[in-house]
Design a protein. Structure first.
Lengths: 319, 249
């Protein structure tokens, strides 16, 4: 549904987006990650036809956004970054205005407004002026606008920004539900969100795509992904280390702890082994008769992957 | 085509209700009518002239009155969209920039037309007191409306230039002031002393004054209509260029 092909955007001498390509199919939810100023919003603005790319193409369905902007825009629902709303209108008036521009007519408008007002918990403020709303309500009003016409393609720039935890949960549920039948792309800084709803994630840094895969694939790229953590009682740290070191499939072993409990982290020698290392460690524990509190394989954290990919080299060196 | 009209109508409706959703519309209309009354009856010497016509005491003031009031009515049209960020929302809807520009312009123009229409008691007064030329009053109103439209189109363009309404206001006042001065008699008679007549006439040709004046004499000349139509079209076209550059950079 969304096809982005070597998109480039230059602002004067500065290249904000540098050859970004990806596709989002129906039924996919793409998480768009990256540090501030990486080019996320600029890319989304080009996808939605707000700014023209310096070069490259965007296709929405069967329409090129530069050549058939109106047809392409009809398929899109868009929530801009700051979630802007016309402040001199009521929530109802605002939604009605966008519904009319979206080409809805007559009774369909009322049905659509009632539907999204329910989804986004706006019933109580429907006839209140946007001016008087709190940030969360304003945000949801703009979000409601983006899903009002039940679009094939949803582009959401930080849809959960500024919401409280309950509202965040609701918005994620809506995205997940809609994602079953639509092509969705949303940007976020919250990495748990990506794990919770995305079928795929892209990390972009300084205008280029630096990672593209399912959340699990990305997590596997973390440094400690696949290593086994073990916490035991009453064993000397050194004894623990040397015993674990003797395992043939173990790589680096690190231990830390005090007199009573010790935490050991065993890295696999080869990343591709799955679960084998945990079983080997468990066997050792049982054989030695150690009392243990905890034994698990680390999944790797998206945070770590994100940091290791997007930190500038100078900062990495300092860390 | 049907769809463009619907979009223009939707945007027009939104802008027009926007005026009345806030006190802006009421404040504007009241001040417009008060100033009109003040100029006509106090400065214009409506009664002293003893003449049953509106041209001199009433319409004559409009270029100056509009100079400040029209930019005030139009300055927010695009500047506010830019400041709040709704511009991004509007232009990612299935709407062309032209439809949005025309919709906004027509909404503001309709609002100005309403304010102008509310000066009808002045017309009633002349009809009550004397026996004026109804046609001249009608063409006077038409000229006044076109003049407001020309100023407004300029304001629409300056409004797209900035996100600051005050800057937009000042810019449009300056441009509209030029549109007056270029052909205002006291200025042209000064210019004639040291510039060739052809040049002075050329500059004066850009001014709204001579075109506005013929309407006050009760004349609807095609050239005058064409002049106002070109100023409006040119300014609105300029607006579309400004908006395109804004999105490109």
């Amino acid at each position: 549904m969304i096809q982005v092909d070597s998109l480039i955007k230059e602002f004067g001498p500065k290249r904000a987006v540098n050859g970004v390509s990806f596709t989002v199919n129906r039924g996919e939810i793409l998480g768009f990650l990256g540090p501030n100023g990486a080019g996320k919003s600029t890319t989304m603005r080009m996808i939605t036809g707000y700014i023209p790319p310096t070069s490259g193409r965007v296709r929405i369905g069967n329409h090129d956004i530069s050549e058939q902007p109106i047809e392409a825009k009809k398929l899109i629902g868009y929530l801009p970054e700051s979630a802007p709303c016309y402040s001199d209108m009521t929530v109802y008036g605002f939604l009605r205005f966008t519904a009319e521009l979206r080409g809805l007519k007559g009774a369909a408008i009322e049905t659509a407004i009632a539907h999204v007002a329910g989804l986004c918990f706006l019933e109580g403020v429907l006839h209140q002026s946007v001016d008087t709303l709190s940030k969360g309500y304003r945000h949801r009003t703009c979000f409601a606008q983006s899903i009002l016409h039940d679009p094939e393609v949803l582009v959401l720039d930080e849809p959960t920004d500024g919401l409280d935890p309950n509202q965040k949960h609701e918005v994620r549920q809506i995205i997940k539900r809609m994602g079953q039948t639509k092509a969705i792309i949303f940007s976020t800084h919250i990495l748990e969100e990506v794990e919770a709803c995305c079928t795929r994630a892209i990390i972009i840094d300084r205008g280029s795509v630096v990672a593209n895969g399912t959340p699990n694939e990305l997590k596997a790229r973390a440094e400690n992904a696949g290593s086994v953590s073990l916490r035991v009682h009453g064993v000397a740290a050194e004894a623990l280390r040397s015993r674990l070191n003797s395992l043939s499939i173990a790589g680096k072993v690190s231990v830390q702890g005090d007199a009573t409990t010790v935490l050991a982290r065993v890295a696999p020698r080869d990343r591709s082994i799955q679960g084998e290392l945990a079983r080997a460690v468990a066997e050792v524990v049982l054989k030695e008769g150690w009392k243990f509190d905890e034994l698990h394989t680390e999944e790797g954290r998206l945070d770590d992957v994100f940091r290791s990919i997007t930190l500038p080299d100078s900062v990495k060196a300092r860390a | 085509m049907n769809e463009s009209f619907r979009n223009i109508w939707t945007i027009l409706k939104r802008e027009l209700t926007g005026y009345f959703a806030s006190p802006v519309a009421y404040v504007f209309i009241v001040i417009f009518l008060l100033l009109n009354g003040f100029f006509t009856f106090m400065l214009g010497g409506f009664f002293e002239a003893g003449e049953a016509a509106l041209a001199r005491p009433f319409f004559n003031w409009h270029p100056w009155l509009y100079l400040f009031l029209v930019p005030a009515a139009g300055m927010r049209l695009w500047a506010e969209e830019r400041r709040v960020g709704t511009l991004e929302l509007l232009l990612t809807m299935p709407v062309t920039a032209w439809q949005a520009i025309v919709g906004k312009f027509l909404a503001s123009w309709a609002f100005l037309a309403l304010a102008l229409a509310l000066t009808f008691p002045v017309a009633i007064t002349v009809f009550y007191l004397g026996n004026p030329d109804g046609g001249a009053i009608l063409t006077g109103y038409l000229g006044s409306l076109l003049l407001a439209g020309a100023y407004l189109a300029v304001t629409v363009a300056t409004s797209a230039l900035t996100r600051n309404q005050v800057i937009s206001f000042i810019l449009s006042v300056v441009i509209c002031f030029f549109l007056i001065l270029a052909g205002w008699e006291p200025v042209t008679s000064l210019l004639v002393r040291w510039a060739p007549t052809d040049l002075v006439e050329l500059i004066a040709g850009f001014s709204v004054m001579p075109h506005f004046a013929s309407f006050q004499r009760g004349v609807v000349d095609f050239r005058d209509l064409l002049f106002f139509a070109s100023v409006i079209t040119f300014s609105l076209f300029g607006t579309s260029v400004i908006l395109r550059n804004l999105r490109g950079a």
